[in-house]
Design a protein around this ligand. Structure first.
Ligand code: ADP
Ligand code: MG
Length: 284
């Protein structure tokens, strides 16, 4: 089992190496990186390339570790017990009917090896990663309500992503293989653009990429545009049939390039960019 990239996803050599290291070690792959650097997509593409179904768990600030294991729906059981005509009361007797299986339960009991994505783990509260340590380590947990030990038939391939909003506990980190997806350099970005827009006019791409990296390198920018935002912008430029010349500053009357709202998401950044464009124009 080895990951060698896919035709939809541009994986650098070191990223492929990390994926394969996690597979070899049978440890979760912890992927960090700026938003939009392809962390979620990595899990989708690897699972597809290796022919494994992907179970996804998108973490929110309110997500609890227990929800990934199972939840006991006591309220429904109580309601059913009061309405004794439900199945003649048969359903209520079996507690299994009120156990809602979480993604880990599903992953552990799947008949074939699966991939499991725990997406944006840093969204949850600080205890969340610690609460999952044992399950991820031992690949088993106990369901008290049914007195069952749920043990993984096959060890799932686990991907954990983080946007770095919170630090993760050391005990948790020790159990993972870590990879930081660096922001793509111009060559890698070119390949990513090619994957999404094959046959796009070279000139438009090169001017758009130049503008994009200029924007990203602006000192003091509040929010740097990401890969997915560049792709959005290119999509819009294509849809609106905007020529490469319109993006160049030379005789352009407009303060900023068209549809720059795809890249810049707040007014301070837009005005910063306007200043840069103004300086470029007056220097010529
Ligand atoms: N290496 C890559 N190859 C191809 N497309 C990419 C790559 N990285 C990012 N993208 C594009 O950017 C989008 C956002 O990626 P995503 O996985 O959602 O980022 P993240 O989870 O890191 O925020 C993807 O849907 C894809 O279109
Ligand atoms: Mg994501």
């Amino acid at each position: 089992m080895k990951f060698t990239g896919t035709e939809n996803y541009v994986a650098t050599q070191d990223l492929m190496l990390s994926v394969n290291a996690a597979i070899t070690l049978q440890r979760p792959l912890l992927v960090k990186g700026e938003p939009g650097t392809g962390k979620t997509m990595l899990a989708e593409e690897v699972s597809q390339a290796l022919g494994m179904p992907l179970l996804q768990w998108h973490i929110k600030s309110t997500t609890k570790a227990q929800q990934g294991l199972y939840e006991y729906d006591a309220v429904s059981r109580l309601r059913d017990s009061q309405l004794s005509d439900v199945d003649g009361g048969e359903r209520v007797k079996d507690i299994n009917n009120y156990i809602i299986k979480g993604v880990l339960w599903q992953a552990f009991t799947a008949d074939q090896p699966v991939a499991l994505l725990i997406d944006e783990i840093d969204k949850a509260d600080i205890e969340f990663p610690n609460d999952l340590l044992r399950e991820i380590d031992r690949m088993e947990f106990y369901c008290y309500e049914t007195r069952q030990l749920i043990k993984a038939k096959h060890r799932p391939l686990v991907f954990i992503t983080s946007n770095n909003e919170k630090e993760l506990p050391d005990a948790f980190l020790r159990r993972c293989f870590f990879h930081y997806i660096k922001f793509p350099d111009a060559t890698t970005m070119q390949s990513i653009v090619d994957v999404h827009f094959p046959g796009l006019k070279k000139e438009l791409v090169s001017v758009a990429m130049k503008t994009f990296f200029e924007v990203r390198n602006l000192p003091g920018l509040k929010k740097k545009p990401s890969t997915s935002e560049l792709l959005d912008w290119l999509k819009l430029l294509l849809a609106e049939d905007i020529p490469a010349e319109a993006l160049q500053t030379k005789d352009n009357k407009a303060a900023v390039p068209p549809l720059v709202g795809a890249l810049l998401k707040n007014e301070q950044d837009v005005s910063l960019f306007e200043k840069l464009m103004y300086m470029q124009r007056t220097n010529r």
